[in-house]
Write a protein that binds this ligand. Structure first.
Ligand code: C2E
Ligand code: MG
Ligand code: MG
Length: 588
């Protein structure tokens, strides 16, 4: 019999009962078991253990035999002490224990089993306790969990911002919308898209663009955490928030306003102060759908309409959007047909020298003669033409008209004036814009110095490299450039001095001021002062009243344009108006 199996003789303190006796073969098996095994009697006193037990605890069997907890002066891992101290709750008990290896200090995981023994007559006969080292299995399990977590992280989270991604959002949205359709809650999906993000990226560079996204994510995260909402980053500059528990459209509208305000607070990126705005499209559940796909698509439609409505704005989905989309689709089809059948003409409006009353220039403004609806103003079809790319053939059309007009006017031995044409962002981006212009000019027998192009401030700031090329090309050609709707966008003064700008056109919203208090708006005054400072001509648009013209003249504005003199009109009618205007001026 091996030494460490107590013999009857050695068990002076605790007599080993016959039932617990172990035969030689069994003893060898017991001793060589790799698991830690020990036995207790029915009063939980230590009876025997195997060599794995001794090796692990550093305690010999004879030191423990007959002892009950707390084993004063003997060091034992807590889980072994625990086994000895507590009685069994059921016949067999399993557990898991993590212990520090006393030698190496590393963590060891044991799976423990305690089995209650019975004699053949059914009386209790103590316990066998087994501790199986499952550290290897446990570490594999931990590795597996870690790689699963990593996979989950990749599949469900955006690596740049750490926010949940579209897939994650879709799952959450499906849950939320099914709860809502069971009548248990109401919520909304807000799709948020940063305005002009590609322009921001191009202006500040990709790395700073990423910083912008991180900053906006941080703001949105704070907002959604504060309100218990679920935030995700979809792609590029798009985010989405699932708002739980709203009480109707007014609540959603308030949420949109709150988010837009938070997003548009200026912040620094690499010492540059930036202001970013966004547009939001919202769909509500259960009102607009009971599944994620439908809610996402409706929020998308609402977002599209919000974008079209201008920047920094929101829209909630409703059925009228579908009608609007249908109308837009029909309008687009009509626009294509009208381009083929050439139902467009340019109308002309004079720019008047405010000091002398002379005609100082003319602006060409496009009109669509719709076969059923009559004359459609550019505010309706130019944005649509811009979005669909139809602005390219339309732009060429108006340019051709303007070139013919300029030749007709300036060839008539009059003092030459410039005819201005409005440009759209898409035309500015056109690679062959300069050759295209040259073609129009030469075909019409016009001269470049008789033309002027009107671009907006935002276009001036959109793509510095492209604008540089365009400006150089136009200067070489001899075509002038002016800035339209000045004061409504955001341009840096430096860009006004960098290029040879012929004039600044004050937007008409700053011109219509209260004539009765005799003061032009502060912004009109500032623009005039700035234009003078930079040596650029200043033109006020939309003058309707003689008082407005007088005020603008007094503060030093050079030219005016507006219904006070005449509405834009076709070429022939315009020439008749000119004849009348000059006749009455001569008579004065
Ligand atoms: P814009 O270039 O700022 O043109 C001035 C707009 O103000 C014109 O509107 C003109 O008819 C209107 N207007 C002129 N005087 C007065 C006035 O005294 N009172 C009021 N209330 N309005 C006045 P329109 O022709 O409807 O054009 C609107 C905008 O559409 C233009 O603004 C321009 O941005 C764009 N647009 C017009 N024609 C073209 C074009 O051929 N190409 C491009 N890309 N855009 C064009
Ligand atoms: Mg204009
Ligand atoms: Mg304008």
């Amino acid at each position: 019999m091996p030494d460490n199996i107590p013999s009857h003789a050695g068990a002076a303190t605790v007599p080993i009962e016959p039932a617990a006796a172990i035969c030689d073969a069994e003893a060898r098996i017991f001793l060589s078991l790799p698991d830690i095994v020990w036995c207790l009697d029915q009063d939980r006193r230590f009876r025997l253990c195997n060599s794995a037990f001794e090796a692990f605890t550093g305690t010999k069997q004879h030191e423990l035999v007959g002892l009950c907890p707390p084993f004063d002066g003997i060091e034992l891992p807590q889980f072994i002490r625990g086994f000895m101290a507590h009685s069994l709750k059921c016949q067999t008990e399993r557990g898991e224990h993590a212990v520090r290896n006393p030698k190496t200090g590393s963590r060891i995981y044991f799976e423990t089993t305690e089995i209650a023994l019975e004699r053949p007559d059914g009386t209790p006969d103590g316990y066998v306790c087994v501790a199986h080292d499952m550290t290897r299995r446990k570490s594999l399990e931990l590795e597996l969990t870690a790689s699963r977590n990593e996979l989950f992280q990749h599949a469900y989270y955006d690596p740049m911002t750490g926010l949940p991604n579209l897939r994650h959002l879709a799952g959450k949205l499906a849950e939320a919308s099914s709860v809502a359709s069971a009548g248990r809650s109401e919520g909304a999906l807000l799709k948020i898209d940063l305005d002009r993000f590609s322009a921001i990226n191009e202006t500040v560079g990709r790395a700073s663009g990423d910083q912008v996204l991180v900053e906006i994510s941080k703001r949105l995260r704070e907002e959604s955490e504060r309100h218990g909402d679920f935030l995700a980053r979809l792609d590029g500059a798009s985010f989405a928030i699932i708002v739980h528990h709203h009480a109707g459209r007014d609540d959603v509208a308030r949420d949109c306003e709150r988010l837009l305000t938070r997003i548009s607070k200026p912040f620094f990126v690499e010492q540059k102060l930036l202001t970013v705005t966004a547009s939001i499209g919202a769909s509500c559940f259960p009102e607009h759908g009971d599944n994620a796909e439908q809610l996402l698509s409706q929020a998308d439609s609402a977002l599209l309409f919000a974008k079209r409505g201008g920047q920094n704005t929101w829209r909630i989905f409703d059925d009228s959007l579908i009608d609007e989309a249908r109308e837009r689709f029909e309008l687009e089809a009509d626009l294509r047909k009208s381009i083929e059948s050439d139902n467009f003409t340019a109308h002309f409006q004079a720019k008047i020298n405010l000091k002398t009353g002379e005609i100082a220039g003319v602006e060409a403004l496009m009109r669509w003669n719709h076969p059923d609806m009559g004359s459609i103003p550019p505010g309706v079809f130019i944005p649509l033409a811009e979005q669909t790319g139809l602005i390219i053939p339309l732009g060429e059309r108006v340019m051709t008209d303007a070139c013919h007009f300029a030749r007709n006017w300036n060839d008539g031995h009059r003092k030459p004036v410039r005819v201005s044409v409005n440009l759209s962002p898409r035309q500015v981006m056109l690679d062959d814009f300069i050759p295209l212009m040259k073609g129009c000019i030469s075909r019409a027998g016009c001269r470049p110095e008789w033309l002027e192009l009107e671009i907006t401030e935002n276009m001036l700031m959109s793509d510095p490299q492209r604008i540089d090329e365009l400006m150089r090309g136009l200067a070489a050609l001899g075509v002038a450039v002016s800035i339209d709707d000045f004061g409504t966008g955001y341009s840096a003064i430096s860009s006004l001095t960098r290029y040879p700008i012929a004039s600044l056109k004050i937007d008409r919203s700053f011109v219509h001021t209260r004539v009765d208090d005799g003061k032009p708006s502060a912004i009109a005054r500032t623009i005039v002062a700035m234009a003078r400072e930079l040596g650029i001509k200043c033109v006020a648009e939309g003058i309707e009243l003689a008082g407005e013209a007088e005020m603008l003249r007094k503060i030093g504005c050079d030219e005016g344009q507006g219904f006070l003199w005449h509405k834009p009109m076709p070429e022939e009618e315009f020439f008749r108006w000119v004849a009348r205007y000059e006749k009455s001026a001569a008579a004065q």
